[in-house]
Design a protein around this ligand. Structure first.
Ligand code: GDP
Ligand code: MG
Length: 164
């Protein structure tokens, strides 16, 4: 069966934007399964000759800090259980925050392949210096992308699919 790739990250980092860009028109919303309190969104994505199932674990985005962290932990657990590769998205504009580091720790301990994405790098000249900070997460090379401007996505997909 197809490999599963899950997108994990804080509210507002661009998970759904990335998902929609990669999924094109093939989005389908799958109803909650018991014990999971929100919808998950699935799409099949083909890159070169490889097809995988992409999951946006985002769902309803909370705004309280405590709830954000607990929801991120839950997303990460779902991703660790179900995914073959995890895309962990951060946001160059907001920089590295505490909840990023906590979730990175969970992902590192899981031993699943994690691709660390730094989104909103709309201009490499302007934002690349800020990307290097994300090496501090200790989960590998931060890959700069701009989901909105569709920059860096080919490199990202090469890395994601190299783990299949
Ligand atoms: P999610 O909460 O992680 O699913 O984030 P969304 O995909 O809903 O995006 C949150 C906000 O960030 C929206 O206003 C997007 O338009 C914006 N956004 C997403 N990707 C980019 C990007 O690459 N560059 C910029 N500048 N904004 C982006
Ligand atoms: Mg979203």
């Amino acid at each position: 069966s197809k490999p599963i790739v899950a997108i994990v990250g804080r509210p507002n980092v661009g998970k759904s934007t990335l998902f929609n860009v990669l999924a094109g028109d093939t989005i389908s919303i799958v109803k909650d399964t018991p014990g999971v309190t929100r919808d998950r969104i699935y799409a099949d994505v083909t890159w070169l000759n490889m097809t995988f199932t992409l999951i946006d674990t985002g769902g309803i985005e909370p705004d309280s800090k405590d709830i954000i962290l607990s929801q991120m932990r839950e997303q990460a657990e779902i991703a660790i259980e179900t995914a073959d590769v995890i895309i962990f998205i951060t946001d160059v504009r907001q920089g590295l925050v505490d909840s990023d580091a906590k979730v990175a720790d969970m992902l590192r301990r899981s031993k699943k392949p994690v691709v660390l994405i730094v989104n909103k790098v709309d201009s490499f000249d302007k934002f690349m210096p800020d990307v290097y900070e994300f090496y501090n997460l200790g989960i590998g090379d931060p890959i700069p992308v701009s989901a909105a401007s569709r920059l860096g996505l080919g490199d990202m997909l090469d890395i994601v699919t190299s783990h299949f």
